[in-house]
Design a protein around this ligand. Structure first.
Ligand SMILES: C[S@@+](CC[C@H](N)C(=O)[O-])C[C@H]1O[C@@H](n2cnc3c(N)ncnc32)[C@H](O)[C@@H]1O
Length: 249
């Protein structure tokens, strides 16, 4: 099997393994209570619109079993249940704080989501279990090949994986401007929301994680190399965000 991105993955793991192991959980514990507000505020409502666009690409039918990986505060699970209430939604995330907020949000909407607190590099589900798997805004913090292979394992043949994340823009000018915007907005938000020390410490990491991440086309190729079929990748906002869909063979 060819492994075009093995070197890139090793470099990401070497650069970030200590932050992933020691800091990321503290960051999300720190921001859990205002995570949804901060996103909306920082993007002037744009992230909500992008999420609606992403959700419109996701096909769910009654009785589908759906897994949201790195579910955070359950935004995706709740919106999918609004779209199709007759599905079973499972959520996995390592942060108990984010899932506490997510469980309460689901309850407020009258929904129940089966939450699991664990590291998503090993999913606690049997092979061929889910019709749909989603993953939004978390892959930058993960060993991508390992997690995508786990997602492939738990999907039923013919099931679909839907992915959305902030990616590395392929255009160098957009990429440069994007980092300037991110640096300024992270500094402003951590001041405005009085972020704790974990979030402040990781400001550089959040930019470096994108700098060392995949572009839309690279992520499509990686999914294909991992054995997914019918892979599509659509960029929005100049390639700073992309939606991917990939089918388990
Ligand atoms: C930026 S949030 C995104 C949450 C949600 N998907 C959304 O779109 O709002 C990233 C989430 O990934 C989770 N996460 C990061 N690394 C993880 C890991 N190794 N295992 C499980 N969850 C992880 C964090 O706890 C956090 O809830």
């Amino acid at each position: 099997m060819s492994c075009t991105y093995c070197e890139k993955e090793s470099a990401r793991v070497q650069a970030f393994k200590s932050i992933w192991a020691n800091d990321i959980n503290d960051v999300f514990a720190d921001v859990a209570n205002y995570y949804d507000r901060i996103n909306n505020f920082a993007s002037l409502g744009l992230l909500n619109r992008i999420r609606q666009q992403f959700l419109s690409t996701i096909e769910v039918r009654p009785d589908h079993k759906v897994l949201d990986v790195c579910a955070g505060t359950n935004v995706i699970g709740i919106d999918l249940l609004k779209k199709q209430p007759d599905i079973d939604v499972y959520a996995v995330d390592r942060s108990a704080a984010m899932q506490d907020v997510g469980r309460n949000r689901a309850k407020q909407h009258g929904f129940e989501i089966n939450g699991f607190i664990c590291d998503v590099h090993k999913l606690p589900f049997p092979d061929n279990y889910f019709d749909v798997v989603t993953l939004q805004y978390a892959t930058r913090h993960l060993r991508v090949m390992d997690v995508f292979s786990e997602i492939n394992r738990v999907l039923k043949p013919g099931g679909n994986f839907y992915h959305c994340d902030m990616l590395r823009p392929a255009n160098k000018i957009i990429e440069h401007g994007y980092y300037i915007y991110l640096r300024a907005s992270l500094a402003f938000l951590s001041w405005a929301f009085r972020s704790g020390s974990a979030a402040v410490k990781c400001q550089d990491y959040f930019i470096d994680a994108i700098r060392m991440f995949y572009s839309t086309d690279e992520l499509s190729n990686l999914l294909t190399e991992l054995g997914f079929a019918d892979v599509t990748g659509n960029s929005v906002l100049g390639g700073t965000v992309a939606f991917h869909k990939a089918c388990k063979v």
